[in-house]
Ligand binder design. Structure first.
Ligand SMILES: [Zn+2]
Ligand SMILES: [Zn+2]
Length: 126
């Protein structure tokens, strides 16, 4: 991720964490609004650690299910912009390595118009 255009439509105009609803609302420059459940965002955390965890649990489903502890936190305590291309969340359990690239968030918009078959996983920034 090296080029970023000011005219990129895949940039948010507004980002709100709606804690009561447990959702992240993103309004894009073209006016489209996306609502991401926080639990889903956390489950799709694009950081290397979480991706590795998901990869190995997909390979060893039964084993890992027994070993896995409590569900990771789905509460956001802080959100900060990374350059002008991504946002990084700090979750209530301290996890803060996931960088959510705007274009990847937009591609994973959970609305029926964008993804009628359900949102694809968020692509990692690498
Ligand atoms: Zn992560
Ligand atoms: Zn959408």
């Amino acid at each position: 991720m090296t080029t970023t255009s000011i005219l990129n439509p895949e940039r948010p105009k507004d980002i709100t964490v709606d804690r009561a609803a447990g959702a992240l609302r993103v309004t894009w420059l073209d006016g489209h609004a996306s609502v991401y459940p926080l639990r889903w965002l956390r489950a799709n955390c694009p950081c290397a650690t979480c991706r590795e965890e998901r990869r190995s649990s997909a390979l060893n489903t039964d084993e890992l299910r027994l070993m896995s502890g409590p569900l990771p936190s789905a509460e956001i305590v802080a959100a900060e912009l990374v350059g002008n291309y991504a946002v990084r969340f700090t979750w209530a359990d301290g996890h803060a390595t996931g960088i959510y690239v705007f274009s990847a968030l937009r591609a994973s918009c959970p609305c029926l118009a964008c993804n009628p078959d359900g949102p694809p996983p968020i692509l990692a920034d690498d």
